[in-house]
Write a protein that binds this ligand. Sequence first.
Ligand code: NAD
Length: 352
Amino acid sequence: TFEVISKHGDHEQVVFCNDPNVGLKAIIAIHNTALGPALGGTRMWNYKNEDEALVDVLRLSKGMTYKAAASGLNLGGGKAVIIGDPKTQKSEGLFRAFGQFVNSLNGKYITAEDVGTNVQDMEHIYMETPWVTGIPKDFGGSGDPSPYTAHGVLMGIKASAKEKFGTDSLKGMRIAIQGLGNVGSNLAKYLQAEGAEMTVADIDMARTKKVAETYGAKAVSSEEILFTDCDILAPCALGAIVNDQTITKFKTKVIAGGANNVLAEARHGDQLRELGILYAPDYVINAGGLMNVFVELEGYSPDRAFEKTKRVYDNILKVYEIAKRDNIGTHTAADRLAEERIKTIGRLKQRH
Ligand code: NAD
């Protein structure tokens, strides 16, 4: 196991949680706490085996360290996985037992919702530990993060427009949105207010039609949207949209959206750079939701959370500065921004 850990990022601590009475098999991975407590959601997934679950939690927790660090938050990176089918294997006992394990870490790991878990599961965890975010608004929680994620994405789009076109006004800017779910539809609302000229698509045609009508956008099919002639493409659906098949077909100058894992592989980031397409790294531009839960830790205020998401603008500009300074792709520059902050600020924190 130590070999697997060192291969996937030299994590500080990995906790195996076992409670056969409730059928709990979970792994909590704390990647790095140099900047603060390790925050990251709990994923429930029907993993084929424990090795697959371990690799996933190691990979995801490391990603959280980079996201928090590049976003200027005083948080480290962590993540948890529960092995099991979220459709059939959930119970109050399972999540409360898991909550006790989270509690035993005394705040070093803070959990939240992720794929396969929901607000009700967080409520069960909250019965056993205060170290959980994303609890319902009635309990002082921050509720649905997607409007905040979308607002952060808007800020990242503006910063990217400033970098590429010399202005952050989006008036008349041709912007294509792929995916009109929680994030994409909120983004469409914000972009309408900015006066952008939008083209939108979802695989759900009824949703496409509704968003297009509500926010004055042009509707196209989900096959066309990625290759629409536009200034900015905002992927807000699934990951890996920049891949060997798509990369030569884009007719955009900027890719900046809310989706996770936009690049199929890191080399596609280098290829975008060669093609002159500016890429706003996913984990920096979509950090508004993380900023929102961070505010929950300070005592939640929607206004403060909204204010905080404006920082995505500067964070994205910092990434572009590093990319120019070091002559590298923006995806590599994002990692460098995170690593530099962990090095300087993490060291400062050790002095206390
Ligand atoms: P969602 O499930 O609400 O919306 C996704 C939408 O994309 C759905 O309407 C779906 O029909 C559509 N879609 C799927 N494949 C498509 C395709 N090929 N073409 C067009 N549309 C397609 O999810 P969401 O919460 O809006 O998240 C969107 C993305 O943003 C995801 O990658 C997610 O990981 C990422 N993200 C979300 C948040 C958040 O706060 N919700 C935060 C950070 C990152």
